[in-house]
Design a protein around this ligand. Structure first.
Ligand SMILES: [Zn+2]
Length: 253
């Protein structure tokens, strides 16, 4: 049993064959999907998918790329959506100083407001952080106590240790299978099994051998294989531990 803790099945990339993609993953042993909201529209679509499919749970949030669209009504809209029964977290939210598709100050404000919402609703936060480790940590630490997962981990050892020190979960994607990703594989080695989660971030980040193609949740098996190899423990143990972590973090019934 595996859980894909971060995918975007509502994205247009899946419009032609969404049902088949879900079926393929279920047949491959993926039992649950956490579908991540990235805009208000995608958060609503995420909730809709969760209503339709027993194995899908939703998060609602606004990605830092879209932080420029976050206005005074956005938090209220997210709050309304978050009252849905199958909404299990706020996010993805955070800071992306790599692509800077939204202004830095807007990213920060949207991040702060979504953290406040998560705390108010007693929900965990799905954090996106790219080349903004210092400021992300400053913001997260000021919000402690807080349940958070740092998704698609891309930081260094000191960022990892700081995150673990705050009690956060660390989530890795299929990009750890890339030939040049030894640095990321080292971070997998350093992440204790009781803090590690797996995600595809589909449709993005297909594993080595499939790069450039659309990613799908069933590919999480390749990721679990790679983590099993790095950790030197069985596939079954990786699947079991990461599933247990995801159930605990997202409070899956
Ligand atoms: Zn994502």
């Amino acid at each position: 049993m595996l859980i894909d803790t971060h995918c975007h099945l509502d994205f247009p990339a899946f419009d032609p064959d969404r049902g088949q993609v879900i079926r393929r993953a279920l047949e491959a042993g993926i039992n649950y999907f956490i579908n991540i909201g990235a805009t208000l529209e995608s958060s609503a679509a995420s909730c809709e998918l969760a209503q339709k499919h027993p194995e899908i749970y939703a998060t609602v949030g606004l990605h830092p790329h879209d932080a420029d669209t976050f206005d005074s009504s956005s938090a209220e809209k997210l709050r309304q959506m978050a009252s849905g029964k199958k909404v299990v977290a706020i996010g993805e939210t955070g800071l992306d100083h790599y692509r800077n598709l939204s202004g830095k100050e807007n990213q920060k404000q949207a991040f702060l407001k979504q953290i406040a919402l998560a705390k108010e609703l007693n929900l965990p936060v799905v954090v996106h952080c790219r080349q903004a480790e210092e400021e992300t940590l400053r913001i997260l630490k000021a919000a402690l106590p807080l349940e958070a997962v740092v998704h698609c981990f891309s930081g260094d050892k000191s960022f990892l240790q700081e995150c673990l020190g705050c009690g956060f979960f660390i989530s890795f994607t299929c990009n750890i299978t890339y030939k040049k990703a030894q640095g990321l594989r080292d971070m997998v080695s350093l992440t204790p099994l009781d803090k590690l989660m797996l995600e595809t971030d589909a449709p993005y980040l297909s594993p080595e051998g499939f790069r450039g193609k659309r990613n799908e949740p069933f590919q999480i098996k390749l990721l679990a294989d790679e983590v099993s190899r790095i950790k030197g423990v069985s596939f079954e143990e990786i699947a079991g531990r990461t599933t247990q972590n995801a159930k605990e973090f997202f409070n899956l019934g």
